[in-house]
Design a protein around this ligand. Sequence first.
Ligand code: ZN
Length: 251
Amino acid sequence: MSLKLNKNLIERFSRQIILKDIGALGQKKIIKSKVLIIGMGGLGCPVAEFLTRAGVGFLGIVDSDNVDLSNIHRQSLYDSTDINKSKVTAAKKKLNKINSQTKVNCYKKKITKDNFDRIIKKYDYVVDGTDNFKTKFLINDVCLKTKKILITGAISKFDGHIFNFNFKNKSNPCIRCFFQEEMISDDILNCEYEGILGTVAGMIGTILANEVLKEILSIGKNLNGFIFVLDLLNLNFRKVKLNKQKKCLCN
Ligand SMILES: [Zn+2]
């Protein structure tokens, strides 16, 4: 338990340590935290980057894809020299350059029912930066079962949705309370067909990282029971109540 902040760490994180809500104690909490990021695309890249900069000690990053030329306009950890390389390997290399003290575990695979239980065990917080509902439902269900804190992002065109589910509390809703599986066609969030502006991905991803840090530090207001909906074309930001459905899996 007794983690000491040496001179180098105090200097590195000095601008956030001086925040009243953080301090040395908060910084230690960040360093000890374990976060799993699923999907290292437009959302996962800024989440991983800012959590690494903030000093999160353990990151798991999951993605089965390689970097494609069409990814680079929004996926901020990759550059042109990374094309055709594994996303998780390229991301880890960049993250290690930013802060070598963040331990990064790479999972170059698709999350499935069979492998997810084993991976999730090692982490306290889960970020869903995936782009399809099938995976989003799977992540929701496993996080619900294992009582994790799940921060979910979804982006399309100029819009973003952010959810925060604390499954330690049984009275909180889940993603199935909002999206019914039978109403969803799988490619509804697919950037390939819908299109997405890179800055939208960057902003929503950065908010996801901000929510993770707030959860680690137990500060501020969280989004439990609400959806944060951002229309970045017209600058309409709203918090919408997310009601728990009686017949949902989360009861
Ligand atoms: Zn539910």
